[in-house]
Design a protein around this ligand. Structure first.
Ligand code: ADP
Ligand code: MG
Ligand code: ZN
Length: 611
């Protein structure tokens, strides 16, 4: 951008200078020729003077004739329009006293060159430059286009990314795969000796926020080589062909700087399957073709390694994934329990903590959270500590910020009537009681009826002891019973139902549906995939793959499963109706109770009954 600005400044400056010079030159020339005063006259006067013999000098030019008349001591120069006179030369020749010459009026060669060639060209260039500068300013992208396919690939070196593998926690498999690439960039000859070809490209795949971009930066930091980073969307230009030009430019830059790393973030923007019928996106397709060609074109031994990241690997063009291009796929999955703990610790390094923080407890409470969310939780905790006027983060800050990330901030001044609060309390205790009374449920950690900004009026947190990778049919059923527990309590106690259960209904339906269509846990279908997951890393929405008759049966079966779970919840709550009342009253008074408080009331009751 800067370079361009300077260019046009220089251009405008030179045009102005040339114009000034030309004007000076021209006026100097005419000034010289006008030193003596010239009188205009007619042709007959000229002929008469020639015949009279008063003319001493004649200068014949293209259009005029200049002549000097001498009368006595006085000399006078005249000019007259030249008439097509065939005998002019003979006539002058007859008078021996006349000294006559011709003069070419055309400008000199240099002058002609300046006026006829240089000035128009310079002028046109200046106008062209001005127009494009103007348009460029108005429509940002075009200014870019005028740089004729320069890519904006930024060059990062170690000092600039400042990230190493130490900053990435919990992605051990990904780090291991990438360490090999780093090693290759450090000493390529070790691999060349054996004759091994390292993968040209590696594709980082995983849900959003699992540290894919972070991993790529860490590779650059570790390898200490130039790092070209560009986002897929940057290739998408206004003009067809510009994206392809950018790809070309990026790779030629990379080839010059080898060994180096080229990182293309969000590659699905340009790498989508070419399915032919999307119509009209020639630009994307051309860019992709150029990328495929460039990836084939460079020498794998030279040390250019291409990393790319995406959370939609299934949408990528198969040509991109074939060996020789992105032949290695590095998954960056959601972190497991120990991974989450490690990520929390990495981010906690930057903040002041009190001693004895139990990161494991926080990690257990955040099953399914991504690295980005965990980083956010730590930061929220620090913010909360500041808000409360402390200078170090406590366990409670972290616990609260988990809830903030899950359910939003507390709505302290939400006005909820006593009657509604009572319903909410029974609803939450309903969930908790069903959970506590079942074998296959995770223990209750916390129950609260303080409303949150997400719209939740209260919630029950359950936290598993350890990490769970499988979901058994019994656990699924138990979870459904817990989900229906809230509504069941409302029904039993108030003999009504409220809209407060809408979130529970959504979750229950999702789970029951998955049991039937994907997990093969229903009574009527065998191991048949009735639904396929479309994009596993982004929400995981599904599409049905069965006839409409089967779809109707699925709906019926889903309803049956939920109904059974609902009945089970009602049974459990009816059997423990006294504890339901007691616990609800306690929650209503305290607003938030811990799992221990909950369990001690539950068990005390039991002891009393025994005694
Ligand atoms: P994405 O996978 O969407 O590219 P990013 O790499 O941009 O995710 O991660 C966003 C942020 O989340 C990072 O800057 C980092 O602070 C945090 N983060 C994600 N994963 C990890 C991890 N494994 N270790 C440490 N921090 C992480
Ligand atoms: Mg990213
Ligand atoms: Zn509920």
């Amino acid at each position: 951008m800067n370079e361009k600005k300077n260019n046009s400044k220089w251009m405008i400056g030179s045009v102005v200078i040339i114009l000034i010079l030309a004007v000076c030159f021209n006026s100097a020339v005419s000034a010289l020729s006008k030193t003596e005063s010239v009188k205009e006259t007619n042709y007959s006067f000229f002929l008469k003077q020639v015949d009279e013999g008063t003319v001493k000098q004649v200068q014949i030019q293209d259009d005029i004739i200049k002549f000097e008349v001498e009368s006595g001591n006085e000399k006078q120069t005249y000019s007259t329009i030249r008439i097509d006179d065939a005998n002019l030369v003979d006539r002058l020749h007859e008078h021996e006293e006349i000294d006559f010459t011709g003069k070419n009026e055309r400008p000199s060669a240099l002058q002609g060159f300046i006026f006829e060639w240089l000035l128009p060209i310079v002028f046109l260039l200046a106008v062209w430059g001005l127009i494009f500068r103007f348009i460029g300013k108005k429509m940002g992208g075009l200014g870019n286009a005028m740089s004729f396919g320069k890519s904006n690939a930024k060059i990062y070196v170690k000092a600039q990314t400042g990230k190493t593998f130490e900053d990435v926690a919990g992605q051990d498999e990904a780090k291991e795969a990438l360490e090999e690439i780093v090693d290759f960039l450090h000493n390529p000859q070790k691999y060349a000796e054996i004759g091994a070809n390292l993968p040209k490209g590696a594709l980082l795949v995983g849900p959003p926020g699992t540290g894919k971009t972070l991993l790529a930066k860490a590779v650059a930091g570790e390898a200490n080589v130039p790092f070209f980073s560009i986002s897929g969307s940057e290739f998408v230009e206004m003009f067809v062909g510009m994206g392809a030009a950018k790809v070309r430019d990026l790779f030629s830059q990379a080839n010059e700087k080898a060994p180096c790393i080229v990182f293309i973030d969000e590659i699905d923007t340009i790498g989508k399957k070419r399915d032919g019928h999307t119509g009209g996106n020639d630009e994307r397709e051309q860019t992709l073709n150029q990328l495929l060609t460039e990836m084939d074109g460079f020498d794998g031994k030279k040390g250019v390694v291409i990393l790319a990241a995406t959370n939609r690997p299934e949408s990528l063009d198969p040509a991109l994934l074939r060996p020789g291009r992105f032949d290695r796929r590095i998954p960056a999955e959601l972190p497991d329990l120990s991974g989450r703990e490690a990520i929390l610790k990495v981010h906690a390094k930057n903040i002041k903590l009190v001693e004895n923080i139990d990161f494991n407890a926080i990690a257990r409470a955040t099953a399914g959270a991504s690295g980005a969310e965990l980083a956010n939780i730590v930061n929220e905790a620090a913010l909360r500590a500041v808000r409360n006027g402390r200078n170090s983060v406590e366990q409670s800050d972290l616990e609260e910020s988990v809830e903030v990330v899950i359910a939003g901030y507390q709505r302290k001044n939400a006005v909820i009537s006593q009657k509604e609060k009572e319903i909410i309390a029974y609803h939450e205790i309903g969930h908790a009681l069903v959970a506590a009374k079942q074998q296959d449920s995770a223990p209750v950690h916390k129950i609260t009826i303080i409303p949150r900004t997400s719209g939740a009026l209260g919630y029950t947190m359950q936290i598993d002891e350890g990490e769970k990778f499988l979901l058994s049919k019994e656990e699924a059923k138990a979870r459904l019973a817990v989900l229906t527990g809230g509504r069941s309590a409302e029904e039993i106690v108030f003999n009504t139902c409220t809209s407060g259960a809408s979130n529970d209904i959504e979750k229950a339906t999702q789970l029951a549906r998955a049991m039937v269509t994907r997990y093969g846990m229903s009574g009527i279908f065998d191991m048949i995939a009735l639904e396929t997951v479309n994009n596993q890393y982004l929400g995981g929405d599904t599409s049905l793959a069965c006839s409409s008759e089967t779809a109707a049966k699925i709906d019926e079966e889903v309803n049956n499963i939920v109904k059974t779970a609902h009945a089970e919840a009602v049974r459990i709550l009816s059997e423990n109706i006294e504890k339901l009342h007691e616990l609800s009253a306690y929650l209503l008074e305290k607003e938030t109770i811990t799992g221990e408080e909950f369990m001690s009331i539950l068990n005390k009751e039991k002891e009393k009954a025994v005694a």
